[in-house]
Design a protein around this ligand. Structure first.
Ligand SMILES: [Zn+2]
Length: 165
């Protein structure tokens, strides 16, 4: 019986070598603060993580947003999720205009899903959507990789012209 117990307690491993149940991501430092990073390969179209939070009505959601809550996610015509709890690991996924994941609502839950193959070490990002970007990101300037590249290029262009002349 002792032997059997040990056999049962041994953790089965997934093909990528990680114990089953271990998440393929971790919270880490990104250039804008904290972010969500892959710790194992994540296949295109694979489920990554669910956005966890209590359900709130849209009226409650508006009150929370007015108080500065930036983690409200509308899941249908009636309910939103308040994902501001630190236990909600998905809240650490940053916005990007060139994302490698997308958000979706599946049976009343918001999830993140890979839209391309994600390598270990890659930051997991998704597009927060036009409304969020217009309200909270555009006023301070988007700091995603795509927008930083765009800004770097537009700064370099005038100098190149001067160098020729
Ligand atoms: Zn951007």
């Amino acid at each position: 019986m002792g032997k059997e117990a040990r056999k049962v307690s041994r953790k089965p491993r997934t093909p990528n070598g990680k114990p089953r149940g271990e998440k393929p991501y971790r919270v880490g430092r990104s250039h804008t603060g904290l972010g969500l990073f892959a710790t194992a390969p994540i296949a295109k179209a694979a489920f990554i993580v669910a956005y966890r939070g209590r359900r709130v009505s849209h009226a409650q959601a508006e009150r929370l947003e007015a108080r500065g809550n930036r983690y409200i996610f509308e899941i249908n015509a009636r309910w939103s999720l308040d994902g501001s709890s630190r236990r909600n690991i998905a809240r650490y996924a940053n916005h990007s205009c060139r994302p490698n994941a997308e958000s979706d609502v599946v049976m009343g839950n918001m999830i993140l899903r890979a839209i391309k193959a994600i390598k270990p070490g890659d930051e997991i990002t998704y597009d927060y959507g036009e409304e969020y970007v217009a309200l909270f990101i555009a006023p301070v300037g988007c700091k995603c990789v795509k927008c930083l590249e765009k800004r770097r290029k537009s700064r370099r262009a005038p100098r190149a012209v001067r160098a020729k002349g």
